[in-house]
Design a binder for this molecule. Sequence first.
Ligand SMILES: C[S@@+](CC[C@H](N)C(=O)[O-])C[C@H]1O[C@@H](n2cnc3c(N)ncnc32)[C@H](O)[C@@H]1O
Length: 271
Amino acid sequence: MKKKSKMEKEVSEAYDQIAQEFHDNRVAKKNFYNEFLDMPNTMKALGDIKGKKILDIGCGPGLYANTLHKMGAEVYGIDISKKEIEIAKSHYKSIDFRVGSAESLPYKSNYFDTVLIALAFTHFENMGLALDEAYRVLKDKGHLIISEGNPVMDVIESIEGKPEFYRKFGDYFKEGIRYRVWSVFMPVKHVTYETFFRLFKEHGFALYNYIDSKPIKAGRKVDPKAYSVASKVPYFIVFDLVKLSNDNMKRIFGISLPAKKHIKNKNDATE
Ligand SMILES: C[S@@+](CC[C@H](N)C(=O)[O-])C[C@H]1O[C@@H](n2cnc3c(N)ncnc32)[C@H](O)[C@@H]1O
């Protein structure tokens, strides 16, 4: 693996610390936001995946990978945190998990039908490079599913000294790294919707579908308050993107992709 960037170092160290708790809470179905809000909507976007080759980038402790494997997909998982991968490997032994970065994938080109990036994209130091890598490993017309926090919701902040329901708007247009406290200090990159869509277009993806995530009913019991709010406002979003070949880009939009998209990767020679 290449030398970690500052963001990769901070993110992997933070996830190393919370990995076990995250896994255990998920398995015990105590985690409202992942289990009852993000996952059901992202699974909807993934659709029928039986027999498909899927790469789960930022796979964490392997819960998506395991679900997809049980549904009949050939699944591979990669994560920057050693601890997350250690947990994934210890529980889900028949899945190929590796430690590595989204920005330099150890897989051959044009191999996967689907790439999944669930709640990990805004941790990436160089989102463009990660999109180039997802593009490279996907087959033509393969799907890239990205779930994320809603960038409009993400700038709503609590007010010190005020009850929880008092909130203020932060600066939506100010992009960059913000540190969140999720039991540990966690760097997350805030980007606007405009930046998301520009990046997707510049890196060869067209938007096929979009989901404003709503919680499933079973989540009401787990966290009634969070369920009530998340039923009215979309905390999470899902993009379903399609890789367009250079020919399709030209045919549909009249533009070409930058030449680097056609360069072969070193992994192609070895596998
Ligand atoms: C919020 S967790 C989501 C885990 C999993 N996708 C899920 O939804 O259950 C984000 C994950 O992304 C991983 N991650 C962050 N930056 C990464 C990078 N540059 N390359 C690979 N994984 C990364 C973290 O280590 C962490 O496990």
